[in-house]
Ligand binder design. Sequence first.
Ligand SMILES: Cc1cc2nc3c(=O)[nH]c(=O)nc-3n(C[C@H](O)[C@H](O)[C@H](O)COP(=O)(O)OP(=O)(O)OC[C@H]3O[C@@H](n4cnc5c(N)ncnc54)[C@H](O)[C@@H]3O)c2cc1C
Length: 499
Amino acid sequence: MIRNTEQFQHNTYDLLVIGGGINGASIAHLAACRGMKVALVEKGDFASGTSSKSTKLIHGGIRYLENLEFDLVYESLRERSIQLQTAPHLVKPLEFVIPVYQGDRRPLWMMRLGVFLYDRLAGKYRIQRHKKLSVQEVCNLEPGINPQGLKGGVMYYDAQMDDARLCLENVLSAAEYGAHVANYVEVLSFIKENGRAVGVKAHDLLGDESFEIRARKIICAAGPWTNELLRIDHPYAKKKVRTTKGIHIVYKGKITQHALLITSKSDKRIFFVIPWMGNSLIGTTDTNYIGDPDDVRVEPADVDYLIAEAKRIFPGLDFGPDKIVATFAGLRPLTRKGGSPTKVSRKHLFHKSVSGIVFVVGGKYTTYRKIAEDCLDKIAKAAYRPPFRLYGGGTIRENPHVVAEHYGLEVPVIRELMEKYGTRYQDVLKLVESDPHGHEKLSEDPPVMMAQVVYSVKVEMARTVQDVVERRLGLCYCPAVPEKCFKTIDEYIQRISEE
Ligand SMILES: Cc1cc2nc3c(=O)[nH]c(=O)nc-3n(C[C@H](O)[C@H](O)[C@H](O)COP(=O)(O)OP(=O)(O)OC[C@H]3O[C@@H](n4cnc5c(N)ncnc54)[C@H](O)[C@@H]3O)c2cc1C
């Protein structure tokens, strides 16, 4: 897919979407499916904002039961089921264990009631029935767990996703339906006629040129940057988004066999330890953030908090510097209703400004499809609602052994391609055959071929090394990837950008 910013200047669009996080990407996707002429611009890389910094769960959100948000939980569980069906390569069921300790804010009976209600709310969307666990069963399931004060536990089911790729696949789907999409294009101001917004002035950060994009409707899905765009629209606009920061630690190796939901001792919040890409994801925090969204970063205090809480449950854990593979921070773009960060609802709403721009506020990743649908219904009721499909979605019918033999590759390589690209894995294999360097192996664990780097750039619009290693292939979270792999990617990107 060629990144072509010139196309924006020769069209008047039905809809311009600002922001290429999950909400902007899915709005563009659904709108293009509905036959609208759509443009989508993103000032960084797609999913470079909050949408690659999440806990990577497609979940009902068991903790929202505590806030009595049954409608939100039900809606999320229904969306979970849709995502499991439409993107089986990126969204997978995950077993959770909740260990309960003496003195925990939520005692065992409450956790048992919680998972019971969760399953009842899920109804036909349930993945599997929850189970009650004795102390011994918890210890057997998670041998490293601290048995002192353990009262028992429960097991329940949710889903895990690849957030950056799920967002990217929505962008690619939008483009496939004819939307014009570009990363590294920043909206600087709105063009107004008789007080109505009819377009934007945008800047291509790679080509260093400015241009106008004209559209009949504008939706702003700028996540944590929403207040900034509200002020660009009107200098005295009231803030609509409240941001709270959440960080994660990627710990080297698997700490647990299952995902664990744990109540912290210091502030009674819930956090997770989750197996992820052969490592463990520990997070998250939830603290008020009032600075510039571009400056959000992990502070030592955030890391100390998570380490202290994880060590309480897994006393044998070594947190030496070589054990922390990566840390990352993101901002939740929440509505301004509610009190403490954890109590603020994760429901979404829309704000229409005087100039007619619709701003998306709040929501969770899990409900992105519903947010897109509600948002589009707000600007134009659809006569036709096409079924929701994703770029690499659908069922893979081929046997990986047969494919591996056909291409002369190892089975784990084919499995990895099927997991990442879904039904589009064959597009990558075509590059293995047609590109002179396509078959070159850059890493064994995980298996990475040069064809994937070429695909990231030529089809998936990666423009920088970070785009490839962080959001297309996730290599920065894999400690076994050799330095030479990163160097080759760097050289390839430089060569391509000079061509
Ligand atoms: C720590 C953490 C953990 C989370 N975990 C989960 C979870 O497990 N499950 C779940 O369901 N939800 C989770 N969430 C919530 C979820 O990640 C967010 O609701 C969702 O990603 C928000 O997406 P978005 O598209 O609104 O924002 P973003 O992904 O931030 O996208 C907004 C985009 O707008 C772009 N932009 C801004 N200004 C401009 C401009 N002027 N011109 C062009 N582009 C612009 C930005 O660069 C950005 O990419 C979590 C959130 C956090 C912070």
